[in-house]
Unconditional design. Structure first.
Length: 481
């Protein structure tokens, strides 16, 4: 009798468990999303009812573990069955809730949740799964967690040490016309257009923002175009720069993409082409101050907007990459002691080399030539005066027009310079030679008759346009050779 009672109870329990409604959970994960995104797509979650639930209500809660955005989320029923009606999707923090109403339900029927977006910026996640719970109908054991994103990765990398740097001399001469910043897609679908991103709730596709650091002088502009690096996959469709020209008044540009190939990782170079206005309204003021212009790119727009998608931005490459050097074409050489006294048979020889011509194929100097202006500062605070080399100037090594060519040198006696300046001796004091070329270096020697009595070092004064000479008393002035 006891055995029959136990068997009957087992049969009743079996019948109950086989007819009780349960929810099966499945998902279609998104392959990969952007690690800096705060409104990134997730995969669909499907709730399937294996038997018809009784009339009533239920609430399914999905915990994404990160902040959610449901502005475009929907929950819809499908299948040949009927009687399961999802209500309005709601959210709070990490949680998404779907209210369900059952009315004479018949299977098969499923409820699909679409369009949930998540904030993964700064989380360090490599995948994303959602956990589920319900208030009435149980979820099938082992199915309360389902993956909605297979991978999380950076959308791009930017900058290479080998990227060309444009160069502009301070007289407006363009030495190197184009600077580059290389950008490589982090994964194949990172540069999705607005259509590829998905139309529901999307206000824009993936965009980048290009930002300059360092002030472009008035009259200097940078035209923006894109090219494909050697050996890389070209970006299909079009890259649009808005604006396409950067200046002192426009230091940022937004890059948008159309119809990129979401099956291939693509790359492009941003080309910064230097243009200089040398005359008329808006022309440069010579000499231009020496300055370094660098650039970074970020995902765009940033988190302060309401656009979808949007991002918590990080500028790349870290610290920026130099894309333009404005180079002072002067070298300032200080001779701290010089002397000429004919009665004592003292004189000083001055030598300056223009080393802007060099044998270095990689990162070598740009050969420039120019005149030298010698500024004389007599001992005891007498009146100062100057002399600039011209055609016929004294000494050896000058070109016919009085300049020193790249790779050339000028050697001259102090007595010759003072006479050419229309002055008379004797003279003892210091001289600053301002050379109209880069990479000038100097040496000197005091003569007693025809004998070298003392050698002199020509010290390089950093260009005041880049390094101020004001307020350096405590620290001491940093001069070089």
């Amino acid at each position: 009798m006891k055995i029959k009672t136990i068997l009957a109870a087992v049969i009743v329990m079996f019948v109950f468990t086989t007819v009780q409604a349960q929810i099966s959970v499945s998902s279609t994960p998104v392959t990969i999303i952007r690690a800096d995104g705060i409104t990134e797509k997730t995969g669909d979650v499907v709730l399937t009812f294996n038997t018809a639930p009784a009339n009533g209500t239920d609430t399914v809660t999905l915990d994404y573990g990160v902040k959610v955005n449901i502005a475009a989320a929907t929950a819809t029923s499908s299948g040949s069955g009927s009687g399961v009606t999802p209500g309005t999707v709601a959210s709070s923090g990490n949680l998404v809730t779907i209210p369900l109403t059952f009315s004479s339900a018949a299977t098969p029927i499923a409820v699909t949740l679409k369009g949930v977006r998540v904030d993964v910026a700064g989380t360090g996640l490599s995948t994303l799964s959602v956990s589920l719970s319900s208030t009435v109908i149980p979820i099938v054991a082992g199915q309360n967690i389902t993956k909605v994103v297979n991978s999380v990765a950076a959308p791009m990398s930017a900058g290479k040490s080998t990227n060309a740097k444009a160069a502009l001399l301070d007289d407006g001469t363009i030495a190197v016309a184009v600077g580059l910043l290389s950008v490589t897609e982090g994964f194949a679908s990172a540069f999705a257009s607005s259509v590829q991103e998905g139309t529901t709730g999307v206000k824009n596709g993936y965009q980048m923002k290009l930002v300059l650091a360092g002030t472009l002088p008035k009259g200097v502009t940078l035209g923006l175009t894109s090219t494909t690096p050697s050996g890389k996959t070209a970006v299909s469709g079009t890259i649009t720069f808005t604006p396409s020209v950067l200046s002192s008044a426009a230091t940022k540009s937004v890059l948008s993409f159309s119809n990129t190939n979401t099956g291939l990782k693509e790359a492009f170079d941003i080309n910064f082409t230097v243009n200089v206005k040398t005359s008329g309204t808006g022309a440069i003021s010579k000499p231009l101050a020496a300055v370094v212009i660098s650039a970074t790119v970020t995902s765009d727009p940033d988190s302060t907007t309401t656009s979808v998608p949007r991002f918590n931005v990080t500028a790349l490459p870290s610290g920026g990459q130099t894309i333009l050097n404005i180079i002072s074409t002067t070298t300032n050489i200080l001779y701290t002691y010089t002397t000429w006294d004919a009665t004592l048979a003292y004189d000083t020889g001055l030598h300056i080399s223009n080393t802007s011509a060099d044998p270095f194929l990689v990162n070598g100097a740009t050969a420039t030539g120019g005149a030298i202006t010698y500024h004389f500062f007599p001992r005891g605070g007498g009146a100062t005066y100057s002399y600039a080399t011209v055609a016929g100037s004294p000494g050896t090594g000058l070109e016919a027009d009085g300049t020193v060519a790249g790779g050339g040198s000028h050697t001259v006696l102090l007595s010759e310079l003072i006479a050419a300046a229309g002055q008379s001796g004797p003279f003892t004091g210091y001289i600053i030679a301002v050379c109209g070329f880069t990479h000038g270096h100097g040496e000197g020697f005091v003569l007693s008759g025809t004998t070298i009595a003392q050698t002199l070092n020509g010290l390089i004064i950093p260009n005041p346009g880049s390094v101020t000479r004001k307020g350096v008393v405590a620290a001491g002035e940093q001069l070089s050779r």
